[in-house]
Design a protein around this ligand. Structure first.
Ligand SMILES: [Zn+2]
Length: 108
């Protein structure tokens, strides 16, 4: 499944805004995807044991699925994420000076 663009930008480009639990939940989703794609049972098991966070706070964030987790996190960070001053699209990173949607720039 391809991630919606704004979720990718949020979790890859605005990581410093995530709480430690949100960062772990995001990592769980990435690792689960790797596990899905991997064909070696021993490696799958290793990924599971080493990289899946099991803290109740992290599992709580993911209990109603990845879509809800993305939506809730985006909502929580509303106003803190970086947006294009012209079209208000979410920027790729918090330091971006180029809009990914309308190509507006605000370098100075
Ligand atoms: Zn724009």
């Amino acid at each position: 499944m391809e991630l919606p663009t704004q979720h990718r930008y949020l979790f890859n480009g605005h990581q410093e805004l995530l709480t430690p639990d949100e960062a772990k939940a995001w990592r769980n989703l990435q690792v689960e995807r790797l596990i899905e794609l991997c064909e070696y049972p021993a490696v799958k098991e290793l990924f599971h044991v080493r990289w899946i966070a099991r803290e109740p706070e992290v599992l709580e964030l993911l209990k109603s699925g990845s879509e809800d987790f993305y939506k809730n996190t985006l909502q929580r960070l509303d106003g803190k994420t970086k947006h294009c001053p012209k079209c208000y699209a979410l920027c790729r990173t918090s330091r971006a000076r180029l809009c990914p949607e309308c190509s507006h720039t605000w370098y100075r």
